[in-house]
Design a protein around this ligand. Structure first.
Ligand code: NAD
Length: 290
């Protein structure tokens, strides 16, 4: 397929490179000017989209997404599919979809899970919201960048799934970290605690696959001084989006609120640029009253 790819950062660059490697004709644009191997560099976003059947965006936030759509849509022929893989608010995804549909285009929100390693290995999971026919049309592209595609429902449903999943992840990571802190205070060996909790009712992904305690369980960012992985500030971004949705809908999410406060504090107090599992040394510090 003929694809334009806008936003070639940590995630977008390997995703675009994988599309090119899968045989698609990919024209790419990023404001930083960096374009990965196999992707044809376009000097502007407007030039990248010329002749594209599908326009993929992988941008930092909803505001940039909406600005980009606003700039480009007057020049996009009707029938083009706009496939946004960024993580943005459900309401921004709905706004973006309306703009696209008003211009005679199809819009899909397709945020991803799997991080930079999943982007590089083309093993991402896509959570897709939008029309089933458009989802089927972009399926070869999604399969070129990922391993799993879940069509979650209409526009916004992909972002809804992403926000709910990441709110749960943020909460569960804090729970696991808090348990390690208490285990330590009680004089319990962390290896022994892991042996119990990873195979007992406390087991969850944050414990078994992404253990925040260094030297315990499978290799994780904790074993490389919390280099990400999934950065604490990106977790904070996703928690804030979930919070924004809960507030707008009047839904109580007390643990989501607390998790947002704790990640906000972690990011403000040295956690920026560290993996989100650096919540463990942060909570240890608090426990010691430092
Ligand atoms: P990033 O900051 O590395 O990449 C974003 C890129 O967009 C940058 O290269 C930037 O120069 C470019 N950009 C900004 N404004 C632009 C514009 N107007 N036109 C063209 N390019 C522009 O971020 P990332 O880690 O690649 O994440 C991208 C999206 O994916 C975010 O929404 C993030 O929340 C989401 N996400 C990230 C991860 C992860 O582990 N990094 C995992 C899942 C989802």
């Amino acid at each position: 397929m003929k694809v334009a790819f806008i936003g070639l950062g940590n995630m977008g660059a390997p995703m675009a490179a994988n599309l090119a490697a899968a045989g698609h004709a990919v024209a790419g644009f990023d404001v930083s000017g960096v374009v990965p191997t196999g992707v044809t560099a376009a000097p502007t976003a407007a030039q990248a989209i010329v002749g594209a059947e599908v326009i993929v965006t992988m941008l930092p936030n909803g505001e940039i997404l909406l600005n980009t759509y606003g700039l480009l849509l007057p020049d996009i022929p009707s029938g083009t599919i706009l496939l946004d893989c960024s993580t943005v608010a459900v309401f921004d995804a709905l706004r973006a979809a309306k703009m696209a549909v008003d211009a005679g285009c199809d819009a899909l929100d397709a945020p991803v899970s799997g991080g930079t390693s999943g982007a590089a290995a083309a093993t991402l999971t896509f959570m897709v919201g939008g029309d089933a026919r458009a989802v089927a049309q972009v399926d070869p592209l999604l399969r070129g960048m990922g391993q799993r595609v879940v069509h979650c429902g209409g526009n916004g449903a992909g972002q809804a799934a992403k926000l709910c999943n990441n709110m749960l992840l943020g909460i569960s990571m804090i729970g696991v970290c808090e348990a390690f802190v208490l285990a330590h205070a009680l004089g319990l060996d962390w290896h022994k605690f892991y042996d119990v909790a990873s195979t007992s009712s406390g087991a969850c992904w944050s414990m078994t696959t992404y253990c925040p305690a260094p030297g315990i369980g499978p290799a994780t960012p904790a074993d490389r001084d919390y280099q990400p992985g999934f950065a604490a500030e990106l977790m904070l971004k996703d928690l804030l989006l979930a919070r924004q949705a809960a507030l707008a809908l009047g839904v109580a999410s007390p643990l989501g609120e607390k998790a947002t406060q704790l990640y906000d504090a972690l990011v403000a107090q040295g956690g920026r640029g560290k993996d989100f599992s650096a919540m463990l040394p942060y909570l240890l510090q608090i426990a010691r009253g430092v």
